[in-house]
Design a binder for this molecule. Structure first.
Ligand SMILES: NC(=O)c1ccc[n+]([C@@H]2O[C@H](COP(=O)([O-])OP(=O)(O)OC[C@H]3O[C@@H](n4cnc5c(N)ncnc54)[C@H](O)[C@@H]3O)[C@@H](O)[C@H]2O)c1
Ligand SMILES: [Zn+2]
Length: 360
């Protein structure tokens, strides 16, 4: 168990194969009597019954709501469906909203929980690797606008997160591999131990061995929890979590969110940030080849599918909402599993890194 220390809103993250069956006990122990479980049409058929039965067996009333899967449904209309289902189920402020799914369901349900009756209890059951190691921890919730991702949202911490690594066994290969980009990101900003753990266990990772997956998820949650507890509302250090995302988000956008999965774009973004860091002497140049080799072994791309002009790509980095006063701040890795945030990068450095992509 990892504890996310955010003052009065602190909460546990349980990482354990089989934890889905304990959800009833965990919620009953918090005095909750009624819950709405929000899931999507891929995850629902696989895990909804298990979670619902666990709650009912613990004496709770449990109502299900299944939404269509996918980022294109991460809209305010989906949030409205959750609000309406909460009303239908007569949830009150002592009730609970549960998200059962990936980051999309987690963000939507969390936002509905932050806003319905000015705030309901919220519990996350993340079922993708990305959601277990990243999205379910930290309290960021929200939905997309037509003009941009995650433009509406709220900070709303869950009362608990139950991450069951055995749910990762049903993920598609592409979704599974994509999650590793955030894992390598965490390793680069905070832990050379995690980097070695992944490097030394590639065979077990490919086989989705539950022991190694449990260890990996738990170490990632520890890293994210530590950063979040130092900067809950992202006024400083939490920006470290954007490593690889400046170039990555821009690439995702250039591909109109159709060509790259988030993790794939972030993997390429990590290569660019590492390349810039090596050029500046923050890291030995052998580090770049090491990261490239590792990302490749994890089934992630290390260069775009087709050549992209550095000028066009660079311009897109300024469209990211995280810019403040026109300046884009980068996160760059440094020696010893550390990183700097708030770094200014010049176009020439970026262009050099882009031109050398795929030539590593
Ligand atoms: N709140 C945060 O801090 C935070 C951090 C990172 C990302 N996010 C958000 O997370 C979202 C991406 O999350 P994601 O990658 O989990 O996407 P997702 O929720 O769309 O899930 C990906 C796909 O996998 C399916 N799926 C989920 N679990 C499954 C399982 N166990 N077996 C089989 N299929 C399964 C889903 O139905 C979906 O089709 C984005 O919207 C992003 O903005 C939020
Ligand atoms: Zn990310």
């Amino acid at each position: 168990m990892v504890y996310v220390d955010v003052g009065a809103n602190s909460y546990p993250v349980y990482v354990k194969a089989g934890i889905l069956s304990d959800v009833g006990r965990i919620t009953r122990d918090k005095g909750i009597k009624k819950a709405l479980i929000v899931t999507d049409n891929n995850v629902g058929p696989l895990y909804l019954k298990k979670v619902q039965s666990a709650l009912v067996e613990a004496g709770l009333k449990a109502f299900p709501l299944t939404l269509p899967a996918g980022e294109s449904y991460k809209t305010i209309s989906a949030v409205e469906l959750i609000w309406e289902a909460a009303l239908e189920a007569t949830l009150d402020r002592k009730s609970l909203l549960i998200s059962l799914g990936g980051g999309v369901i987690g963000d939507l349900t969390g936002f509905a929980a932050a806003t319905y009756m000015r705030g309901l209890n919220f519990l996350q059951i993340p079922t993708t690797l990305l959601a277990q190691v990243d999205a379910s921890v930290g309290g960021k919730t929200g939905c997309n606008l037509r003009k941009g991702k995650n433009l509406v949202g709220a900070f709303h911490q869950p009362i608990a997160v139950c991450a069951d690594p055995s749910t990762l066994l049903s993920l598609s290969e592409r979704e599974y591999c994509s999650g590793f980009a955030e894992i390598i990101k965490h390793a680069l900003i905070a832990s050379s131990h995690l980097l070695e753990l992944v490097e030394n266990n590639l065979d077990l990772i490919k086989k989705r061995d539950l022991t190694i997956l449990t260890q990996i998820v738990e170490e990632n949650v520890e890293i994210k929890a530590k950063i979040v507890s130092q900067d809950e509302k992202e006024t400083g250090k939490r920006a470290l979590l954007n490593l690889g995302h400046t170039a990555g988000h821009a690439l995702e956008e250039l591909g109109d969110y159709k060509i790259y999965h988030h993790g794939e774009a972030v993997a390429i973004g990590l290569v660019i940030a590492t390349q810039i860091a090596c050029e500046r002497g923050y890291l030995d140049s052998s580090y770049l080849s090491r990261i490239q080799a590792l990302l490749c072994s994890l089934g992630l791309p290390i260069s775009p599918h087709e050549e992209i002009s550095p000028e066009i790509w660079w311009k897109r980095t300024f469209a990211d909402k995280k810019q403040s006063s026109g300046q884009v701040y980068w996160v760059l890795p440094k020696v010893g599993g550390l990183a700097n945030y708030g770094e200014k990068v010049e176009f020439n450095e970026f262009a050099k890194a882009v031109r050398s992509l795929g030539k590593g």
